[in-house]
Design a protein around this ligand. Structure first.
Ligand code: ZN
Length: 402
């Protein structure tokens, strides 16, 4: 308990410091990567040193599966965190960014069990944060990783206040801009998949509302991290009738050019599709959220139900979108309909599809994705595809009722 308790003390102590400093703390704190580092320390320890432009409330803890160090800060701009020297042999991945509104997060993926031996912040020249980790025995680590979040610290079930659908029409479409916040998705500087898909989702939303036959909700309206599970919860709370997740991933393996439509399946259509679904789960995990253990939506029973009830509706949705994208004359992947175990598609009763609008790993796709005129055509195709699917879905429902 010692390390964790110390971190809480740091946080509580800072509350007083913040009161004393008053106005000075209102600006956004910035990380100075050149004066920050992650290094090996002593026999088998890790030292994390962060130089911030000003003190902020913060805390630190460990999580398991995989072992991670998670540090949360009140609004820190991590900027070029990737240029921070990271030389520890025990750290396999590092990421930082917005976590939820008003909070930023730094996550280090560790190669084994470590616990927080020391955590403190010196103020004066901005704020200097130092965290020392020691290798720990697995049981001690597991116990600390299992400590529940103190009240108010867990991500709220729905992170956005405005998930209510806007619009007039009978069908509620939930648009899900992939990634966000600490999870940028694919990156081709200065473009990130997260920002590109937020822009595109706003454009699709406009197009759907203009059409007048839809109501629209979004799983995020800003550059904020939303766990995959929460995206499903938001969709349900908004009364969603169809869920469209928007992506533009980078892919290393196989050919990846043109729009591709992914539906849920246990068996991935190929290795590239499987890798894509696994990477999305990993992005979620690296952001400090644990998908396992508490997600009854991914239970096998419900998966089977999804396949029986919603599977054929998903298939027709994919076919309708494929036809609409082709009718708009837009480039599609050689195999435009694929399947994999995407966690965000696991709503048992909500028709769901993941649209790779293109692949940021392809120069041609990236140029198209950055072109507003191309995006307007893709948005139009999605509107037309959804309309065609909705008509067919309603007709089939009528047929079944008779
Ligand atoms: Zn993605």
């Amino acid at each position: 308990m010692r390390g964790y308790a110390m971190a809480v003390v740091v946080l509580a102590g800072l509350g007083l410091a913040q009161a004393a400093l008053g106005q000075e703390l209102t600006g956004l704190a910035r990380l100075d990567p050149a004066r920050s580092s992650v290094t090996d320390s002593g026999w088998s320890g890790i030292a994390v040193e962060l130089q911030l432009s000003q003190p902020v409330p913060w805390r630190v803890r460990v999580l398991d599966g995989p072992p991670r160090l998670v540090m949360d800060f009140r609004e820190v701009d991590f900027g070029q965190v990737s240029s921070m020297p990271e030389t520890s042999d025990h750290v396999s991945a590092l990421r930082a960014g917005g976590f939820r509104t008003g909070w930023s997060r730094l996550v280090l993926e560790l190669d084994g069990p470590f616990t927080v031996a020391e955590a403190g912040m010196q103020t004066g020249d901005g704020a200097r944060i130092r965290v020392e980790l020691d290798a720990a025995d697995p049981e001690d680590f597991a116990a600390r990783a299992a400590i529940p979040e103190p009240p108010g610290w867990a991500l709220p079930k729905a992170t956005l206040p405005e998930q209510r659908a806007q619009g007039q029409g009978p069908l509620t479409v939930v648009l899900d801009p992939g990634h966000g916040g600490i999870d940028p998705g694919a990156e081709r500087p200065p473009v990130t998949e997260a920002s590109l898909m937020l822009t595109f989702a706003r454009e699709v939303k406009e197009a759907l509302l203009r059409d007048g036959t839809f109501r629209v909700a979004m799983t995020r309206e800003e550059d904020v991290f939303v766990p995959l599970e929460t995206r499903i919860t938001l969709a349900r709370e908004a009364g969603g009738q169809v869920f469209v997740s928007l992506h533009a991933d980078a892919i290393a393996e196989g050919e990846a050019v043109g729009a591709t439509l992914y539906t849920l399946a246990d068996e991935a259509s190929d290795a590239a599709a499987r890798a894509l679904a696994e990477r999305h789960d990993r992005d979620d995990l690296l952001s400090g959220v644990d998908l396992t253990g508490h997600d009854d939506l991914v239970a096998t029973v419900l998966m089977d139900m999804a396949r029986a009830e919603t599977g054929p509706r998903n298939e027709r949705l994919a076919l309708a979108l494929e036809a609409a994208i082709k009718a708009e004359g837009l480039a599609m992947h050689r195999h435009p309909r694929q399947a994999a175990g995407f966690s965000v598609l696991k709503s048992p009763d909500l028709p769901s599809i993941l649209v790779e609008t293109g692949f940021m790993s392809s120069d041609a796709d990236l140029a198209r994705l950055r072109d507003p005129a191309w995006r307007a055509r893709m948005a139009r195709a999605l509107v037309e595809g959804l309309k065609a699917w909705a008509r067919e879905d309603a007709a089939l429902k009528d047929l079944l009722r008779r």
